[in-house]
Write a protein that binds this ligand. Structure first.
Ligand SMILES: C[S@@+](CC[C@H](N)C(=O)[O-])C[C@H]1O[C@@H](n2cnc3c(N)ncnc32)[C@H](O)[C@@H]1O
Length: 179
């Protein structure tokens, strides 16, 4: 159990899902937006977005925030906050980006997976309140994510799947744009 706990606190280093999201964001050419990245991990996404936007980057994991502060070249432009979802957030944003722990518990024993089945639903319930009038959310989900996340989106948001990618073993990743 102790080992399990330790794994959960490691910093999530960039992987296929990270680069899928990063490449998508690079194509959008966002500039001068107020952006919140939830679950910044290594900070690579926030670092890119901070080149042309005003960025707040959060993570529930303090080690991730410390890592990102040290390693992002635009760290001086980013406001980093240790926060459970929106717990420490008061502002309004034009864009909220979240590559969440999108796999159900026990799917894989690592940081993509979550012991908290509710994290995406809780994010979706709260996020609208932090969006500006034309604000958008960019969220990654997987074909293995819990069905209730997709159901919640269908019921509560206008959405489109902006991009999808098939991984090894047939798992699909989706980039959702929500309004
Ligand atoms: C799949 S990783 C993504 C990391 C990074 N954004 C990337 O794309 O490489 C998910 C991140 O969400 C963070 N996280 C999990 N639950 C959270 C919560 N309730 N509030 C904030 N961050 C959370 C994890 O610590 C982890 O860094």
């Amino acid at each position: 159990m102790r080992i399990h706990k330790k794994i959960k606190q490691q910093v999530y280093l960039p992987r296929e899902d990270t680069f899928f999201l990063l490449n998508f964001l690079k194509k959008q050419k966002y500039s001068r937006l107020r952006i919140l990245e939830i679950g910044t991990g290594s900070g690579i996404i926030a670092d890119f977005l901070a080149e042309k936007n005003k960025v707040i980057a959060t993570d529930i994991n303090e080690e991730a925030i410390n890592f990102a502060k040290k390693n992002c070249k635009n760290a001086h432009k980013i406001k980093f906050i240790v926060s459970d979802l929106f717990e420490k957030i008061n502002n309004e944003f034009d864009l909220i980006v979240f590559n969440p722990p999108y796999l159900p518990p026990d799917e894989y024993d690592d940081l993509i997976s979550t012991t908290d089945n509710e994290v995406i639903i809780n994010f979706l319930k709260k996020a609208k309140k932090y969006l500006s009038r034309k604000g958008k959310i960019i969220l990654i989900l997987s074909s293995l994510s819990l069905k209730k996340n997709f159901d919640y989106i269908k019921k509560n948001y206008e959405f489109r799947i902006a991009q999808e990618k098939t991984l090894a073993f047939g798992e699909k990743l989706f980039i959702y744009v929500l309004e």
